[in-house]
Design a protein around this ligand. Structure first.
Ligand code: NAP
Length: 281
């Protein structure tokens, strides 16, 4: 019988720890506050923003939205970020990505104060991850995947872990986090040959293609532990992971559901970073 690695319990445990920290901060009259920078009215951004604000409200974190026109120039966006860097009320800054094509993302990434960089945009914070220092602001999605593995006590030391993704937001930082836990990591991507053979032979497989139901039963066996990071719409416009859940769940040992898996932990990680930023200021 497959074990479902649900995100809700993981998120609750992260929130319990956060509540204690928020109470401590309140004694010093400090309230963790998230500054959200949104460009334009992308429905995906608006829905993510609503969910973050709701989660902030529920736990006692303040949030403020700084909405700008989607045609804003890089210089003006940098000015806003610098104002937020200097604003003592703001503990952490989240800039919604992807940024419009005309914005120089490199300049923006470097403008954000590393101390307020709760979404790990600044190169300094990413560099820390690559050096094996996990105490700062790690990228939220790979950290959420790691928190799930930790919460469900899935051993990583000496285990073969396959990550199907090589992006800077998911696959590469996740690989560093897994190495820190002494896993033996293989990174796969669109040019990988015999992907099914590689994933079938792994102890843990992290899939993050963003292609609904791509992975069927041929990619796994009865010992496979599947962490599904992918979120996209299937042919019926239903939210789906990269794994074809109906085909895969009867044969694998453990799997994260979508929705209700990695995505449900990501926001808690982000909020925990806002609390950490407030403690550090
Ligand atoms: P991305 O940059 O498009 O990366 C996709 C990766 O999948 C790339 O490394 C790509 O390889 C690889 N890939 C594509 N087709 C493949 C194939 N046929 N076989 C093997 N590998 C293949 O996307 P991303 O920003 O990293 O995000 C990945 C997905 O994670 C998103 O689509 C989204 O669904 C999900 N996501 C979830 C959360 C969450 O909180 N749950 C947060 C962020 C993202 P190449 O490098 O060779 O192109």
């Amino acid at each position: 019988m497959v074990e479902l690695l649900k995100g809700k319990a993981v998120a609750s445990s992260i929130k319990d720890n956060m509540r204690k920290d928020i109470e401590e901060l309140a004694k010093g009259n400090k309230v963790p506050t998230l500054g959200i920078v949104r460009l334009g009215d992308n429905p995906g951004d608006i829905s993510y923003e609503k969910s973050i604000i709701k989660n902030c409200d529920n736990i006692g974190i303040k949030s403020k939205v700084f909405k700008k026109d989607v045609n804003i120039e890089t210089e003006e966006l940098v000015e806003l970020i610098e104002e937020l860097n200097d604003n003592k009320e703001i503990s952490g800054i989240l800039v919604f990505r992807p940024l419009p094509k005309h914005i120089d993302e490199e300049v923006v990434r470097n403008a954000i104060s590393p101390l307020k960089d709760v979404d790990c945009m600044h190169p300094l914070n990413l560099e820390k991850i690559f050096e094996g220092n996990m105490d700062g602001f790690a990228p939220c999605t790979p950290k959420a995947a790691m928190e799930i593995l930790k919460y469900y006590e899935i051993p990583l030391e000496g285990k073969n872990v396959v990550v199907v993704n090589r992006s800077m937001v998911v696959g590469k930082p996740l690989t560093m986090m897994l190495l820190k836990e002494n896993a033996t990591v293989t990174i796969c991507h669109s040019r990988t040959k015999n992907l099914d053979e590689i994933t079938r032979n792994a102890d843990v497989v992290v899939v993050a293609l963003g292609r609904a139901k791509f992975f069927d039963e041929k990619y796994f066996d009865e010992d496979s532990i599947v962490i599904d990071v992918g979120v996209s719409l299937d042919e019926n416009k239903k939210l789906s992971g990269d794994a074809d859940y109906d085909k895969v769940s009867p044969i694998v040992s453990k799997i994260t559901p979508v929705p209700g898996g990695v995505g449900s932990v990501t926001t808690s990680i982000l909020l925990s970073h806002v609390v950490l930023a407030c403690k550090n200021i």
